[in-house]
Design a protein around this ligand. Structure first.
Ligand SMILES: *Cc1c(COP(=O)(O)O)cnc(C)c1O
Length: 219
């Protein structure tokens, strides 16, 4: 019986092959929100090193209790009063949606740490309830953030409108990929979750952020 982790890794591999993506070009980010330490630790023992968290308080409790070679990614909404701790404890932030937040993260990044990797969150499907910048503002925000000394703008992230329609999933991800291809400094596309993994890999995801498929065993 494969574990949910090995099953998921196999699926990612299959989709890489199916869509002519290079082997290992899609990185798995394990999203551990609301999951206890023990579950994260057992994934760690299966070989997983990149973990994502949405809620700062929850993450700050978990981080010191887990191995120090874990790469932590912050993927949740960011209020200004959270930026200092995020800049201190994470290697990546996927949910940057304003210059103000990017500048605070850069200003507050401790000098002994390498630049913080960030993705700009894009509201591709233009949902009123979602955070993220509009498609038309992406290039401008990327170039503004690129001037910040302690930030490395790596790419774009999106959380699409929920749908089980594969074609619709692909359309959203394709839009994000096109914007990214027009900005040659970017090397990361953070897109795809349990439900739309295949579409995301087809359209060029380099990081898929997966929670439920890893922790509940569903695929
Ligand atoms: C929860 C969450 C995920 C993982 O979603 P699943 O459907 O559990 O795979 C990915 N990205 C973000 C931003 C999330 O909040």
């Amino acid at each position: 019986m494969p574990t949910p982790f090995t099953h998921l890794k196999q699926r990612i591999n299959e989709f890489e092959k199916k869509y002519a993506r290079p082997t290992h070009s899609v990185q798995l980010l394990a999203v551990g929100k609301n999951q206890p330490i023990e579950k994260l630790l057992s994934l760690y023992h299966e070989g997983q090193r990149a973990f994502g968290e949405n809620y700062l308080q929850e993450a700050l409790q978990k981080i010191p209790l887990l191995p120090s070679d874990i790469i932590w990614h912050f993927i949740g909404p960011i209020q200004s009063n959270k930026t200092r701790k995020i800049a201190e404890h994470f290697s990546w932030v996927h949910s940057v949606a304003s210059f103000k937040i990017a500048k605070r993260l850069s200003d507050q990044r401790p000098s002994h740490l390498p630049p913080l990797n960030i993705c700009i969150e894009v509201n591709v499907d233009q949902e009123e309830t979602k955070s993220g910048v509009n498609i038309t503002d992406v290039a401008n925000l990327v170039s503004q953030c690129s001037t910040l000394p302690n930030i490395h703008v790596r790419g774009l992230m999106t959380i699409p409108a929920a749908t089980d329609d594969f074609i619709k999933q692909c359309l959203t991800f394709k839009k994000l990929a096109e914007i990214s291809h027009n900005i040659p400094t970017l090397d990361t596309l953070s897109m795809g979750m349990s439900n739309d993994l295949e579409a995301a890999i087809k359209e060029g995801a380099t990081i898929v952020r997966v929670g439920r498929a890893l922790f509940s065993g569903a695929s």
